[in-house]
Design a protein around this ligand. Sequence first.
Ligand code: S3P
Length: 427
Amino acid sequence: MNVTIQKADRLRGSVAMPGDKSIAHRALILGSLARGTQAITGLPASQDVASTAACLRSLGCAIEENGPGHVLMRPGAWESGMRIFAGNSGTTARLLSGLIAGIGIDCTIDGDDSLRRRPMERVAAPLREMGASFETAPGGCLPMQIQGAPLQGITYRPPVASAQVKSAILIAGLNAQGRTTVVEKAPTRDHTENMLAAMGVPVEREGRNVSVAGTAELHAVHVTVPGDISSAAFFLAAASIVPGSEVVLRGTGVNATRCGVLDVLADMGAAVSIDGEKMSAGERIADLIVRHATLHGTEIQGKIIPRLIDELPVLAVVASQAEGTTTVRGAAELRHKESDRIRTVVDNLSRMGADIEEMEDGFVVRGPCSLQGATVSSYGDHRIAMAMMVAGLVADGETVVEDSGAVSVSYPGFLRDLQALTEGRGA
Ligand code: S3P
């Protein structure tokens, strides 16, 4: 499906953000280990989250739909020997690796063409060290065969800063002998730790170390999934760069480990304010109010990268409208996402006339650029599709985003909400 975007006059109104994909995966996966009935509300309609629910059902979990975005989970009997399909979702494949190793069943995990190209040894290696047997396809990819065995707790230092790797190890550690500790290179999103704590599991956090004990018992809770800041980022960006805009993004999760995008936008001169903060199941939620502002370039590197890794494609679009140079370094992980996001963002923005240069571990944008409507591609990547639709709002003429159905992976209602804001209605 192609979507055509016209230059926007302005964005006005208020939208409720769809549930956070990362937290939704965890609510389902940890709910499958809990005693009692786990109620989850605010699940997003995301295909990735549906993949996690489908995999858990194949493994024997009872997940009952109880209305839009609302499910009830009850403990089931685990099924060994299944082949499960994680679709496009890296979080599904990697976190479920930890779950499957921990409960000690045999299983094969597979995914779509994009997921089959993404690295899985980063979870297979530590889980093997704990005692499970993992056989990956050539290149350390899916499909991956897991054979359960009793696990032993380990102390592991992941070579990359990855919340997916950390979470897979901690989830396996819940059923291992002794303590399991992950020592992070840089802080990554801590939703797994927050939800485990909310479910009554003692999680020790000290500096860059996070540990769980293998005797953990999880108690079912009611999780209300906060709005997704990674989805909000597209409107934060759009309202910041389209003159005359003012937008409210209701109920957005503002966990500090996810808010790097707010720090960078503030640094660039953006006008974003946070209103009505409250807590829900260990997570902070607030309304974000964003107005158009005159922006300037910045440097994005170091420890902030894991706190905004998914927002870098749309920050490249913002940088194209900012005065001066924006440099992103130390973000080679972008090459291992749903597409090689350094390549795909540079290729698309170059087609629109931006001054953007590819680096091994990031990119450099020299702004402000006058973007021209062009035909660009999502490369099957939801965040590239949405970033390019945002670019289209400030480009002269029409921007055609090919294969834009990819947005359903995280935010099926994106185009509807964007249209509501460009028409000044909100949703
Ligand atoms: C995620 C962690 C990040 C992020 C992904 C979701 C998670 O991946 O890019 O979209 O839910 O844990 P890495 O932790 O592997 O960088």
